[in-house]
Design a protein around this ligand. Structure first.
Ligand SMILES: [Fe+2]
Length: 259
């Protein structure tokens, strides 16, 4: 089975391009399951229900998210009613939506968990304990497990990966929009990469027109963010995995993907 994980989808133009490219990419590369971070897919960050539905229609099986997920009020009902979208599991239990989901693919049950880091991020509850609670609660109810660590600090992402190495099959980081070169199978068998990068305009700074960010950093004055719409590139990783007759999951490889 091949699982494609895509980094943060930034802006409506990237969603539109996803619609033109993803089904072809899935077909050409024999991808069975796609998970993508969608928290910045709408104009002005956040995610609105129409964009979320488009992303799912365009070939993403589960949308993960992060700290910007609450920016569009209208998404809250969608989060509650749709099992193919998750928000970080370590938000308070009173938050809309779910922190994990179990979906079917090729006769397997796939558990997808989303967690937020807490270093240089919002002070949410402990990500380690939050993920542990999900694994305990869902024990025996899934075949394959995936974790999106939406976090700023590489150390926190790697610590979570080492903590759950061998307990979760696929772990990847999102949020920085910059891909890392440490795709690997960890000693315990977990497929891992610290950050998938961005699905968005290649020459932008995190999706925003470069000159606007440079002005902000040089002058320290408030600026209006404008998405760059040119040269949309999709960045992520492909996890090649096998499940044997006894249900044992083996991750064969983790390869960077860009298209
Ligand atoms: Fe984020």
């Amino acid at each position: 089975m091949k699982i494609l994980a895509l980094g943060d989808i930034v802006g409506p133009k990237s969603v539109e391009e996803l619609g033109k490219k993803l089904w072809n990419y899935r077909k050409e590369n024999k991808i069975d399951f796609v998970v993508a971070n969608g928290e910045n897919a709408s104009r002005g960050n956040g995610l609105d229900p129409d964009s979320a539905q488009n992303i799912l229609d365009y070939g993403v099986d589960v949308i993960t998210s992060g700290n910007h997920i609450w920016q569009k009020n209208a998404l809250r009902d969608f989060l509650d009613s749709n099992k193919n979208i998750v928000r970080p599991v370590n938000f308070p239990s009173t938050s809309a939506g779910n922190g994990y989901t179990v979906v079917d693919c090729m006769g397997y049950k796939i558990l997808v968990i989303n967690v937020s880091g807490t270093i240089y991020m919002e002070s949410l509850s402990c990500p380690f304990e939050a993920v542990e609670r999900v694994l305990e609660k869902e024990n025996g109810r899934y075949d394959i497990s995936i974790l999106d660590v939406h976090a700023e600090a590489t150390s926190e992402k790697y610590a979570l990966a080492r903590c759950f190495d061998g307990k979760i099959n696929v772990i990847f980081g999102t949020h920085t929009h910059v891909p890392t070169a440490d795709n690997q199978v960890l000693p315990g068998g977990t497929g891992y990469i610290t950050d998938l990068g961005m699905c968005g305009p290649k020459n932008s700074i995190l999706g925003v027109k470069s000159e606007i960010i440079i002005e902000k950093l040089r002058t320290k004055m408030p600026v209006r963010f404008e998405f760059d719409d040119e040269n949309i590139v999709f960045s992520g990783a492909v996890f090649d995995i096998d499940v044997d007759n006894f249900g044992k999951v083996t991750v064969n490889s983790v390869k960077r993907a860009e298209f």
